[in-house]
Design a protein around this ligand. Structure first.
Ligand code: EPZ
Length: 418
């Protein structure tokens, strides 16, 4: 298995361009199967979650052509309505195909996504809403066998929790449904807005009023379109944390400030100087040692994103001060703490609370990524640590970070994949 070898304590300085958002491209690619002709998606990140999604599209009968970071998807000849277990197990978020498959094929067969590194990944909110729309769902032996007898019909759905995946699945199921669907307490992450923008360009009729309520008026079909995926806000925050732990100075291009508004004050309070220029460029100049003494609660958007918890925690491990994290979204999202302790961090975890006492220096060690953002946290910590850090479990990192080591090397890090 490959590993990243990092010689830490090198100051990062230079310019990077932020990749397209993983959590945007995945639902948008699923949505492509509803379109009656070609879609061209620009700024598509070359990450393994996209590779798996392309495998699902090809399995269903779609043609895909990747040209640089532009992906052409032609779903005209889609002929399957099931996703085999081996593909579902490669990526849990394949559940996002459920709503799109039912929309276009009237039925869908796929296995339950099962638990993942972050804890159980229930889909009750997805299935409750789809059943309200008329989907017949048979769950047995860990598989879902779904079909509609007379097509899906619009209805009013109140989500008990603003689930990102459930919101996306219900939007994709409502696109061609008979009548209007109103989703209240919907998720309002930027990736949801990106998906609805894409769908409206394909002829859908979606309005987000007051952003927690989404109204979808069913249409008869969707045509293709050309779309550029928004930048990845979590990757942006990860590189900001890398700057903050190396007293670095980075210019990040292709940044949407409004999408990271809950994180910017955290870096400013840590002593970083952040300037946003009109061309969507963010400059971050970091102090010799970040100062950090506050509580961070992860919340649905626009609160602090759960996906940024691990990378930002890496920054607090070497900060001057004590910080407290409350992970409100996932039940098991502190897997990176055990590995950060190997690097000399001082962290105590009690249920969903983690207390981090900043230490002056971390020291390099061999660590193992257990999930995507936890892996990013270990890379950030390794960049700061004295000596050599070896990060294993790169399959997790490769799911969401495009050319991570090349990007970091280009701004002064000593990092290589072996
Ligand atoms: C999406 O996951 C993202 N994944 C996650 O990013 C992100 O952490 C999460 O949203 C929250 O922002 C993709 O977009 C592919 P949820 P999703 O449904 O849709 C519970 C990353 O690192 N829940 O909003 O699975 C669930 O257990 C990944 O890029 C139910 O109880 O998130 C969790 O505790 C990790 N029943 C909470 O809601 C349901 O039916 C949030 O889940 C659905 C969810």
């Amino acid at each position: 298995m490959s590993e990243l070898i990092i010689e830490g304590s090198r100051r990062l300085e230079g310019e990077l361009t932020i990749q397209g958002a993983k959590n945007s491209i995945l639902p948008i690619l699923a949505a492509c199967i509803i379109c009656k002709d070609e879609c061209i998606i620009h700024n598509c990140p070359r990450i393994s979650d996209v590779d798996v999604t392309i495998k699902v599209l090809n399995y269903l009968g779609c043609k895909t052509v990747f040209e640089g970071n532009s992906l052409i998807v032609d779903s005209r000849n889609i002929f399957k309505n099931d996703i085999p277990d081996f593909l579902m197990r490669e990526m849990r978020s394949s559940i996002i195909f459920l709503g799109a498959l039912v929309s276009v094929m009237g039925k869908a067969k796929l296995c339950l996504p099962g638990g993942c590194e972050l804890g159980p990944r229930p889909i009750d909110l997805h299935l409750d809403g789809l059943r309200q729309m008329g989907l017949i769902v048979n769950e047995s032996h860990g598989a879902l066998d779904c079909e509609t007898v007379s097509g899906l019909r619009g209805c009013n759905i109140a989500l008990s929790f603003p689930s990102v995946g459930a919101t996306e699945n219900l939007i994709l199921a409502a696109i061609l449904a008979k009548g209007t669907t109103v989703i209240t307490n919907a998720a309002k992450e930027p990736e949801i807005v990106d998906l609805t923008n894409f769908l409206n360009k394909c002829g859908a009729k979606i309005t987000c009023c007051g952003d927690s309520t989404i109204i979808i008026e069913g249409v008869s079909s969707l045509h293709g379109t050309e779309h550029t995926v928004i930048p990845d806000r979590i990757v942006t925050i990860t590189y900001m944390a890398a700057s903050a732990v190396t007293a670095g100075s980075l210019i990040l291009n292709n940044v949407l400030e409004e999408n990271i508004s809950s994180a910017i004050p955290i870096f400013e309070e840590a002593g970083c100087i952040i300037k946003i220029s009109k061309g969507n460029s963010l400059k971050i100049d970091s102090p010799a040692r970040p100062y950090f003494n506050r509580l961070i609660r992860t919340m649905p958007y626009p609160g602090f994103p759960t996906d940024a918890q691990a990378p930002v925690m890496a920054m607090t491990t070497i900060a001057d001060g004590t910080s407290m994290f409350v992970e409100n979204i996932f039940s098991n999202r502190y897997k990176h703490v055990g590995e950060l302790l190997r690097l000399g961090a001082d962290i105590k975890v009690e249920d969903k609370v983690a207390i981090v006492d900043g230490v002056k220096r971390l020291s390099g060690a061999k660590v193992q990524a257990m999930d995507l953002r936890g892996g990013a946290s270990l890379v950030v910590a390794g960049l700061s640590a004295e000596g050599r850090t070896v990060v294993g479990g790169l399959n997790h990192l490769d799911r969401g970070y495009e050319c991570l080591e090349d990007n970091l090397k280009s701004v002064g890090a000593s990092i290589r994949r072996v």
